[in-house]
Design a protein around this ligand. Sequence first.
Ligand code: KIV
Ligand code: NA
Length: 270
Amino acid sequence: MRAKDIRAKAGEEPVTMLTAYDAPTAELVDAAGVDMILVGDSVGNLRLGHESTLPVTVDDIASRTAAVTRATEDAFVLADMPFLSFGVDEADSIEHCGRMVKEAGADGVKLECGKHTVDLTDRLTDLGVPVQAHLGLTPQRENETGLFRQATDDEAAGRMLELAEAHEAAGAFSLVLEHVPANAAAAVTETLSIPTIGIGAGPDCDGQVLTVDEVIGLTEGVAPFSRAFGDVRGEMERAIESYVDGVESGDFPAEEHSHVAEGLDTDDLY
Ligand code: KIV
Ligand code: NA
């Protein structure tokens, strides 16, 4: 899957995207035929025990991205660039994004966008690094905006549309719209020719993205716009409790989990 294949799906076929943060999950997501795998900075709160995405480092995303790309055959893998790893200084931004491609094997990067990412998107795409833009709720700004629905009035929705068009013009191959009104997302989708990928942005985007932890039911509860399609948390609880019971009751290990070396003279060991 290439950026141009994703781009060509706009208005034609729904685009599917899910996060993954490790090799076994990526293998399953890829095998399900998902178009894009995002190594999201949501790894910070979902897997690393942080309260937000802000502490996530370039190393965190690079090592997770490398694990995901090793297990992925078909999907387009995006590294989600962490807070302040881009947009501060152009050379540093390009080095950090370049690491994801050169070292970790990513096919492209996702940037939480604002005015500061238009030129960077242009530069990265010139250099051959596909960029996915991300507008609406951008959780790296949570200290400024809170984690609330964005673009809820004409002025804010207008600013979002302008930034979306600027990033498309700068070369972004797709755009994530997070937690914005469905009608605002529909207007952006209508205006742009690159695919919009919604999360909490209604049914009219060209595609949808969710975190895999919510989809499989690993998290306790899900965001209001998300949905658990499975109960992996319950399954893990059952398996772990049965293991503890098995050891405590003496049921595990059973004979078939052990082996005896016939020629061993155990008298010598005492
Ligand atoms: O980090 C993440 O998981 C994301 C998606 C939810 C878009 O940015
Ligand atoms: Na993210």
